[in-house]
Each structure stands twice: as C-alpha cells, then as structure tokens.
Design a protein. Structure first.
Ligand code: ZN
Length: 73
C-alpha cells in the first residue's frame, strides 16, 4: 500500500548510491541522468556527528520515472 502523498520520501544519503549522491543517477530508479535531470529534493543524512544534506535528482518528466511520483495520488 502506498500512501497518497504528493511526494515520496527521499532516501537518506546513506542509502543513495555514489552516482545518485553525485547527481549522475536518478534517485528513484537509478537511471543515468545523461539527458538532463530534475531536482527531486534534498536528501538528508549524517556523517559522524554532522547532519548533511545533498540535492537528489530524478529523471526528466518525459523520459523517466517522474510519472511514478505524479501518479501517486
Ligand atoms: Zn528515474
């Protein structure tokens, strides 16, 4: 069951792959973002005692998985 929210919770930085962390892969489907990217939000995480945030990116609306988010409701 998926709650009808406007946006999915982003993974933490700890859960992101290196490519996702670097903004080279979609945060949802891990597709390489060679054609462009859209900011999905700010992923949060913790490195030692430091709380960090990094931008997370997703596929372009017409070429990737954003419909999964838009169609969530
Ligand atoms: Zn995607």
């Amino acid at each position: 069951m998926t709650p009808a929210t406007a946006a999915r919770p982003l993974p933490t930085t700890h859960e992101m792959t290196g490519a996702q962390y670097a903004g080279r892969a979609c945060v949802w489907c891990e597709a390489p973002l060679t054609q462009g990217r859209v900011l999905a939000g700010q992923a949060s995480g913790q490195i030692g005692a430091h709380v960090v945030g990094t931008p997370a990116y997703q596929c372009l609306p017409d070429s990737g998985c954003q419909f999964l988010i838009e169609g969530d409701r």
